[in-house]
Design a protein. Structure first.
Length: 468
């Protein structure tokens, strides 16, 4: 089978929106009120945590231990008792058209595609070096990144069809799902054709990949040309919130589409600022107090030369706020959650919350040390109300849970050490980052990637006994 199943083709846009409305009710109301209250009481130790807290197991799920993969029989992950998993979509696995699965697995979405079928769209954060892995589907035939799409049956725990869905992009890092049933894949770069490369087109854009079939590789230039990381869409308005991963000169943006749900029709790009405090620096010295937001319009969202007229520099000159390396973003319970992977007093990460209805921003959690949380990256909101945080720091790598009362804990540990058992891959990859955390629409499976050597995992178990 090389394409969508019959049941998937019959699952139309109206059904997707209805399903999204139903499953959104799985998340507990106002999930992080208690966390904010605790954060306000402990600013000296880092918001939401005290020294020594964290890095331990969940008080509900229990300690981690090696669990054998249902697919390979290898102990690739450490998980709490009762959880199991299946690996799939390894680098080098053949797709249905014969193309080999690219590496550098990163951001990912899980979209409903019929009874018991989830459609995963997965980013491959590959730079400009290799040629497009599927030239006929490429934006730039000289760029190696893109996405692949995988059908997963949540009833059987088995993988179905797998195919390329866009290629010819550069560093497609993260992105975000849309309420209308697609994936917005984001290029984390502003590179263009130069003497040092063989690229044919400028990069630094957002592309839309449908859940059914393949993408039309046309960039949405009005959504900005900058070092994109992730997006989150507010289903109430169709506004798309965008994060920028560009060191200490990163902004938080929103795109107001001319036609909600039809991003190709253009719109207006704006950068967040703090009302009455132009050029506000969020990186250190923050408390959990709500900050009133304001927005400034970016005059030239698609600069021909980002080095001299960057989107950030335009917005900052007009009063926009400065963040440290913004990465993952997620919509949940009427809020936008996003990560500053190197923000905070000890530069180990911040979790921010933006309230669109109140047009206000607050710091939800700040890591006080690498022993608590070491450089969070991708994140998602659990159907049980907590946050899932993918770690991308130094040393051993974990997936963390963050509960609504401010407890942070280890949920999964990378234990990938290979000696050629799959596709001839060998090496110790236990220090490779987790990425792309996302739940199946029914909330029973957590999907996550390990970027190198490039493996996807589907995890299931007794979720209801804890916050994830």
């Amino acid at each position: 089978m090389s394409g969508p199943t019959k049941s998937a083709r019959n699952f139309d846009r109206r059904q997707f929106l209805l399903h999204g409305a139903l499953t959104s009710g799985l998340v507990a109301a106002a999930p992080f009120q208690a966390l904010a209250a605790q954060a306000a009481q402990a600013p000296a130790h880092g918001l939401g945590a005290t020294p020594g807290q964290g890095r331990g197991p969940s008080p509900d799920y229990g300690p981690l231990a090696a669990v054998l993969d249902d697919e390979t029989g290898l102990p690739l992950l450490l998980l709490p008792e009762g959880f199991r998993y299946r690996s799939f979509g390894w680098t080098g696995d053949p797709l249905n058209d014969g193309t080999l699965t690219p590496g550098a697995h990163d951001g990912m979405a899980a979209l409903p595609a019929g009874h018991g079928v989830t459609r995963l769209i997965r980013n491959h954060e590959i730079s400009e070096g290799p040629d497009a892995f599927l030239p006929g589907l490429a934006y730039d035939p000289q760029a190696g990144g893109g996405t692949t799409t995988i059908e997963f049956n949540t009833l059987t725990g088995r993988v179905g069809a797998m195919w390329p869905s866009i290629s010819g992009t550069v560093r497609t890092c993260a992105g975000g799902a849309t309420p209308w049933g697609s994936w917005l894949t984001c290029e984390e770069t502003t590179i263009g054709p130069a003497a040092s490369n063989d690229l044919t087109l400028p990069h630094g854009y957002i592309f839309e990949v449908p859940a059914f079939g393949t993408a039309s590789p046309v960039p949405f230039t009005s959504m900005g040309r900058f070092s994109h990381e992730a997006v989150a869409v507010d289903p109430a308005t169709g506004i798309v919130y965008e994060t920028e991963d560009a060191g200490g000169t990163s902004g938080f943006y929103r795109f107001l589409p001319n036609v909600p749900g039809q991003l190709a029709q253009g719109g207006t790009l704006e950068m967040l600022g703090i009302d009455g405090r132009p050029g506000f620096d969020t990186r250190t010295g923050q408390t959990s107090a709500w900050l009133p937001a304001t927005w400034v319009e970016i005059p030239a969202p698609d600069p021909a030369n980002p080095a001299t007229n960057s989107v950030f520099s335009q917005g900052f000159a007009l009063g926009g706020a400065r963040f440290a390396r913004l990465e993952g973003a997620w919509y949940g319970q009427g809020r936008i959650y996003f990560v500053s992977t190197s923000g905070g007093n000890v530069a180990q990460g911040q979790i921010w919350e933006y309230d669109p209805a109140g047009d206000r921003l607050r710091l939800l959690f700040e890591s006080p040390s690498a022993d608590v949380l070491n450089a969070p990256d991708n994140l998602c909101v659990s159907p049980r109300g907590g946050l899932v945080l993918c770690e991308d720091g130094g040393g051993q790598e974990f997936v963390h849970g963050l509960t609504t009362d401010g407890t942070i804990f280890r949920f999964a540990q990378n234990n990938v050490v290979l000696e050629g058992e799959r596709n001839g891959i060998s090496g110790d990859f236990s220090g490779s980052e987790f990425a792309g955390a996302t739940y199946s629409p029914d909330g029973k499976w957590l999907f996550v990637n390990i970027q190198s050597p490039g493996i996807s995992f589907a995890i299931t178990g007794p979720w209801g006994s804890g916050a994830l």
